[in-house]
Design a binder for this molecule. Structure first.
Ligand code: PLP
Length: 362
């Protein structure tokens, strides 16, 4: 039982900024004098359309989305996009390149295999996904419809530090690092993100697509996953996840108040720096990922002893530092330090790690 809010290090759904939750709470029963909750509003009402338009405009502004690109809100999370990307884009040449650097990129590649020929540009499974390939190590096809990669590997704690240079449109799964730093959207054909890591409550994917890529979908593509239809209907072919979009709008306002994506980047450098500095100087804990591939959103680490890891996770939970267990396929610990994680939460974590190290050193 906690009487106060905890520091939740969950990989997702994860922490939302406290200001965002408070604002949502204050507007829960009566939004802006409408006499109803946003949850209860018709998606065709004027009041809701304003929320929708504002959220979309804010995402464009915060990420500096160029006019060539459209912002879409779709259901089915990031996993829905594994299918949507392939069904909508692979038809041009019937082939696509996939970089496999972790679990989600592997699932994305497997999904795409249903709809066309998939070429693996890299596969880091041999290193236990502790690495990210260099540009020169990528095997690139000359006739791929697109190149897909996962910009931040949530489970293994690695992150691409560069934008791959490819002869075809670039598609990125940015579920776990979107809005955490500036990104040159014009370099991408398509960016998608499940919103539950850095943006909003679970239940939606944000998609940013170069309009010229839409309209080449396979005939079997369900209308609900069709990018062209979604663009034409402004994400309202059917009832959109209205409350998620409203919550995303509140988060985006918070990001703006905090200095935009540059402000988020400063915070992310600070949080990750604190944790990795501690790990690099620790005689008990060590980081899992290779230094050059380290993620600044999901920090994976271990003592090397599963029992000691379990003891640490339990002690941390007692101190209000929750969900530090690594993903079941990676083991050890994982601290997910997304945009909404306060720096004080990371300070509390490194303080506890220091104490634990003193008490448990052999
Ligand atoms: C969480 C996550 C997913 C899966 O997201 P869902 O919305 O649950 O489908 C996919 N890719 C990455 C990088 C993730 O972090």
């Amino acid at each position: 039982m906690f009487t106060e809010r905890v520091y939740n290090f969950s990989a997702g759904p994860s922490m939302l900024p406290e200001q965002v939750l408070k604002r949502a709470a204050s507007e829960l029963l009566n939004f802006g004098g409408s006499g109803m909750s946003v949850m209860e509003m018709s998606h065709r009402s004027k009041a809701y359309q304003e929320i929708f338009d504002e959220t979309k405009a804010l995402l464009k502004k915060v990420l500096s989305v160029p006019d060539t690109h459209e912002v879409l809100f779709m259901q089915g999370g990031a996993t829905g996009q594994f299918a949507a990307v392939a069904m909508n884009l692979i038809g041009r040449t019937g082939k696509a390149d996939y970089a496999v650097t972790g679990n989600f990129s592997k699932l994305a590649a497997k999904e795409a295999e249903k709809y066309g020929q998939v070429h693996l540009s890299c596969d880091t499974s041999a290193t236990g996904h502790t690495t990210i390939p260099a540009q020169r190590e990528l095997s690139l096809s000359t006739d791929a419809s697109y190149f897909h990669y996962c910009a931040n590997n949530t489970i293994y704690g690695t992150e691409w530090s560069y934008i791959p240079d490819t002869p075809c449109p670039l598609v990125a799964d940015m579920s776990s690092n979107i809005l955490s730093r500036p990104v040159d959207v014009s370099k991408y054909g398509l960016i998608y993100a499940g919103v539950q890591k850095n943006m909003a409550p679970a239940g939606m994917a944000a998609v940013i697509i170069d309009r010229s890529l839409a309209g080449q979908e396979l005939p079997c593509t369900p209308t609900i996953l069709n990018y062209k239809t979604t663009i034409d209907k402004d994400s309202m072919y059917n009832t959109p996840p209205t409350y998620n979009i409203y919550m995303l709008g509140l988060t985006l306002k918070w990001v703006e108040e905090m200095g935009g994506v540059s402000g988020m980047e400063e915070l992310r450098e600070l949080r990750a720096g604190m944790l990795y500095d501690f790990l690099d100087n620790s005689s008990l804990f060590r980081g899992r990922a290779e230094k050059s591939a380290r993620s600044k959103m999901n920090v994976t680490f271990t003592t090397g002893d599963p029992d000691l890891d379990a003891k640490f996770i339990k002690e941390a939970a007692g101190e209000g530092l929750l969900c530090l267990a690594g993903h079941r396929i990676a083991g050890g610990m994982r601290a997910s330090i997304y945009n909404a994680m306060p720096v004080e939460g990371v300070k509390k974590l490194t303080d506890l790690m220091g104490k634990f190290e003193l008490a448990n050193k052999i």
